[in-house]
Design a protein around this ligand. Structure first.
Ligand SMILES: NC(=O)C1=CN([C@@H]2O[C@H](COP(=O)(O)OP(=O)(O)OC[C@H]3O[C@@H](n4cnc5c(N)ncnc54)[C@H](OP(=O)(O)O)[C@@H]3O)[C@@H](O)[C@H]2O)C=CC1
Ligand SMILES: CC(C)(CO)C(=O)C(=O)O
Length: 309
């Protein structure tokens, strides 16, 4: 399968490398700084017993190649619109684009730019980050990509993509309804983001103090209520998983958005938190704690926009 991974960061680099290792024809669309780093060191993944080092096939926006069979879109929401402009020439009539961003609003942006026929839903379950050298550090076991047609119908292209992913050691179970799966991941990530960013600590640090675990449970109840009102009630098993994750004593877990916040970098707050609160208002769901978390992050973004890190 001809695959283009857009963004060779923590998520795209990880999944693209796995697919390339498994023998797929993978190109990575990168910008100049990342290209320089990858040419100098190669693409390296370490952690969780994995050690992988390969020379990635790089392409740039001026010559992206293609059309490809599959595009894995793995930029952050802050870079979504320029990336959509860059991938246009790489997308042909048979190309399937699978976005791996958290949140859901990018689906509309993708359809507006590339047409509904090109766009599948997507969820990434992986815990990776880039270290100071730009190598990928894998911090927890999951390696999962969920995908499907946005109207939930079975299709040959989704079956083919899931087979290729599975052959590369990437779990890709049938979700049934990928848009619901995206919402359910959104509930998970917005809860985790709100807990850690509001309290400025890891999950374990928040839960080490009285009231910490109760905050996680309250935030999850708000996010799950929005998802249910939008027509995507979160299954009990996923609620239990998120509760266990955000209330785990001693857990070092932080989301990538928290790491961006403490690094003084722009964050995906609008995409991950503000969008959820805007939808909550439209659906008549009260989300006072999520609103507070979104406000906290808006202040951060405003400070950055004003040139004050
Ligand atoms: N990290 C994780 O464990 C998980 C993250 N996610 C989600 O996945 C998405 C990606 O996150 P993550 O991989 O961590 O982020 P990273 O910042 O590590 O990677 C994003 C990459 O996209 C590149 N990029 C941005 N714009 C372009 C462009 N126009 N052309 C080419 N490359 C581009 C950046 O390159 P450059 O160096 O040029 O800026 C960067 O390398 C986010 O939405 C995140 O919420 C989901 C599940 C888990
Ligand atoms: C928390 C995590 C790793 C869960 O997949 C995530 O999605 C993120 O950091 O953005």
């Amino acid at each position: 399968m001809r695959i283009l991974t857009v963004g060779a960061g923590a998520v795209g680099g990880f999944f693209g490398a796995r697919l390339a290792e498994a023998g797929q024809d993978v190109s990575f669309l990168v910008r100049p700084a990342r290209a320089r780093a990858l040419l100098a060191r190669g693409l390296r993944i370490e952690g969780q017993g994995e050690k992988l080092h390969l020379a990635p096939k790089l392409v740039t926006a001026d010559a992206p190649g293609g059309p490809y069979d599959l595009v894995l879109l793995s930029v952050k929401a802050t870079g979504l619109h320029p990336a959509l402009a860059d991938i246009g020439p790489a997308v042909g009539p048979e190309t399937a684009v699978v976005p791996l961003l958290n949140g859901v609003s990018h689906l509309d942006a993708l359809v507006a730019r590339l047409g509904a026929g090109a766009v599948l839903g997507g969820v990434a379950k992986v815990v990776t980050t880039l270290d100071e050298e730009g190598d990928i550090l894998r911090m927890a076991p999951p390696a999962v990509i969920l995908t499907g047609e946005t109207d939930a119908r079975p299709s040959a292209r989704v079956a083919a993509i899931r087979t290729v992913l599975t052959q590369a050691g990437i779990d890709s179970p049938d979700t049934g309804d990928i848009v619901a799966a995206m919402w359910h991941k959104w509930v998970f990530i917005s809860t985790l983001v709100a807990v850690t960013c509001l309290m400025r600590g890891t999950v374990g640090e928040v839960n080490a103090v009285p009231g910490g675990a109760a905050l996680g449970a309250s935030l999850l109840a708000e996010a799950a209520a929005v998802s249910a009102a939008a027509g995507h009630p979160v299954p009990e098993a996923e609620l239990a998983f998120t509760t266990a994750t955000v209330t785990a004593p001693g857990s070092p877990l932080t989301p990538s958005l928290y790491r961006d916040l403490v690094a003084g970098s722009p964050t995906e707050a609008d995409h991950v938190l503000t969008d959820l609160t805007v939808r909550a208002r439209a659906l008549g769901v009260a989300t006072p704690l999520l609103d507070l978390a979104a406000l906290h992050l808006r202040v951060h973004e405003h400070r950055l926009a004003a040139g004050r890190p």
